[in-house]
Design a protein around this ligand. Structure first.
Ligand code: HEM
Length: 197
């Protein structure tokens, strides 16, 4: 593992940023070339939501992975901010492309539809994390308070997965896989806290 970590230390974080933005670039290209099938708006919305959730779960997996000796901590911030970017775009696609900026319908959905409410809880939980993701904000808050605040990432993960589970009809395996992954990450986190106490 030491050798892997030595190699990883040489990988610039820019690689994660560029790699993480490749799906977005592909989506812009696919939308511009009419390659998203008969319902491109849904295609855009669903992909952005799914990628956002994947980046969020990847960022949450970094700390437990340290217990195996694998140190990916340098890439955690990029993964978390990428999750926020994709979820903000997912929300914007819903507001602009899906709802056509019809604010009366948007506000009605925001109070009426459980999956929209859960999604909003996820997005709002991610907002303070994105705002405090800079070095200056970490210094200002102090490590302990910053870590406490960043537990909100689990709230965002739970709300995001619940949003996915509620919006799909029936019990397809995909949202349950994300729910399972998140449950494992939460259990690992809780067991680490108990060990530390
Ligand atoms: C942490 C926050 C969020 C996460 C992780 C998330 C994730 C997802 C995922 C994974 C899907 C399903 C993709 C698929 O079926 O392949 C989805 C669908 C959707 N999300 Fe989100 N989302 C979030 C926030 C939001 C917010 C804030 C809104 C709007 C207020 C929203 C609106 C929608 C809509 C309208 C759909 C499509 C539902 C349909 O199939 O008709 N999401 N989201």
């Amino acid at each position: 593992m030491d050798r892997i970590n030595t190699v990883l230390r040489r990988v610039p974080t820019g690689v994660v940023w560029v790699g993480g933005l490749v799906p977005l670039a592909w989506l812009v290209w696919a939308a511009a070339s009419n390659a998203l099938g008969p319902d491109p708006v849904k295609g855009i919305e669903l992909r952005l939501g799914l990628w956002g959730l994947q980046f969020l779960i990847a960022s949450l997996a970094i700390t437990p992975l340290r217990q195996t000796g694998l140190n990916l901590i340098r890439f955690r911030r990029a993964l978390g901010v990428l999750a926020f970017i994709y979820i903000t775009l997912h929300f914007s696609a819903w507001v602009v492309l899906d709802m056509g900026l019809r604010w009366d319908e948007i506000t009605a959905d925001l109070v009426k539809r459980p999956y929209v409410i859960l999604g909003m809880v996820g997005l709002l939980a991610m907002l303070p994390l994105a705002i405090t993701s800079t070095n200056a904000a970490i210094r200002k808050l102090g490590g302990a308070r910053w870590r406490q605040l960043h537990r909100l990432a689990y709230v965002a993960g739970i709300a995001g997965v619940a949003h996915f589970v509620v919006l799909v009809k029936g019990w397809p395996p995909e949202p349950l896989l994300y729910a399972g992954a998140l449950a494992i990450l939460l259990l690992l986190r809780l067991s680490r806290r108990r060990q530390a106490a």
